[in-house]
Ligand binder design. Sequence first.
Ligand code: UGB
Length: 487
Amino acid sequence: MRCGGDVDVDGDGDVFPSTPGKLKTWSGGSSAISRHHVGVVHRCFASTSTLFLWALLLVALTASYLSFAGLVDTSSRYLLLSASRARGGGGGGWERRVGESARPGAHRGARGLSVLVTGAAGFVGSHAALALRRRGDGVVGVDNFNAYYDPSLKRARGALLASHGVFVAEGDVADPGLLARLFGAAPFTHVLHLAAQAGVRYAMENPSSYVHSNVAALVALLEACRGAEPRPALVWASSSSVYGLNEKVPFAESDPTDRPASLYAATKKAGEAITHAYSHIYGISVTGLRFFTVYGPWGRPDMAYFAFTRNILQGKPITVYRGRGGVDLARDFTYIDDVVRGCLAALDTARRGERGPAQYRIYNLGNTAPVTVPRLVYLLEKHLGVRARRRVVDMPGNGDVPFTHADVARARADLGYRPRTNLDAGLKKFVKWYLSYYGYSSSSSSSSSGGRVVGGGAAAATTTTMTTTENKQQQQQQQQKQNRGLR
Ligand SMILES: O=C(O)[C@H]1O[C@H](OP(=O)(O)OP(=O)(O)OC[C@H]2O[C@@H](n3ccc(=O)[nH]c3=O)[C@H](O)[C@@H]2O)[C@H](O)[C@@H](O)[C@H]1O
């Protein structure tokens, strides 16, 4: 029998046992039953005032439970939101800033793109983001500012973007929560995915960083794209390294790419396969751009042209690798402005929201004129006015390939891509920027280990060791020019 709860049947006088399920089997005789029954009825219904008090108590308990549950629910949602905001570097105005930065300009001739640029504080990312902003497109950047190379250089690029009204969210592209917030805050029409773990030889030191940034982050981004409304077209950075041990020159997009020579190359090749699968299944428009050894102002300190410049100016030796049989290594060095034009043309020609199979494209963005590494060193000497101290060694087995050479016929036909800057002219511009940024003898511009510095380096205004007043004035003028744009 129940009276407002489980009935105490053990005869100890407790009508409402504390714990449900403690109902014991009744084993007494009829008189006992009767005694108990009478007792229960007596105690439960002794008076209407008791009944009223119990009812009041029940109502109060139910009401307080409901309000407590509501409080718990609300506060846990609030805590989750706060945590996610903190991860995205947010706060109250984070979504608003993303939305504003993503909004295209309304002036005549504007293309009306709204582009999420990943790796926006990186070399190609910062240039591309600024080029998009300049022509009136909406741009939002995302970057994790990691310490693969001097983060202060990335901060300086980020500051430059900020001064041009481009908001860069700080966080990892592999974080689905951050991506959800970005896509929730702005209706991106395009994603320019340039965030990656770059560098061919560093893969032997830190292989997992390549899997994280070049595979896991790419999948996270594709997952975000497939769920986004509107669904953005994706343009992303593959690499000339996918040609690997290919010996046919020049490299054409239709050539086999199944013999990568480094883990870096393997993850970029994997990226091409992964984006193809997503394009096929979910109808995402995808364009992969195979960049060929991109160089220029605001470049990457881990790359040979940059590290050579630093060492030459500091009077330190440079190591020049030599191929099998004493053959010089060669690269199809490609100037940053040419690559940026290719990126923008890929965005402009990406088709979105059409019926039928989604667009899936791959293009080489190279210079079509390979130059040997010794020639690169000669050109740097010329522009720096300083002789290099060379140490020539046989190319170690570190994932390097002996040469690269792009066939850009496909990019020329579809994107109107025409590289305009030869290595001599491009290095001249790079050296000019380098001297204005770091000065003639910058001890803190980078380390000798490929420029991977944590906490070192900074903008010219704070770290250079200029020797004369004239140099200082020259530097100030150049700094002012830089503040007006990357180039
Ligand atoms: O196109 C790409 O897909 C890749 O381009 C770039 O790789 P690489 O072409 O290897 O450029 P980079 O390191 O500047 O070496 C240039 C030359 O200098 C030689 N080299 C290098 C270092 C050294 O100490 N000595 C030397 O001789 C070296 O043997 C080579 O012959 C990007 O870093 C990479 O992220 C990716 O984007």
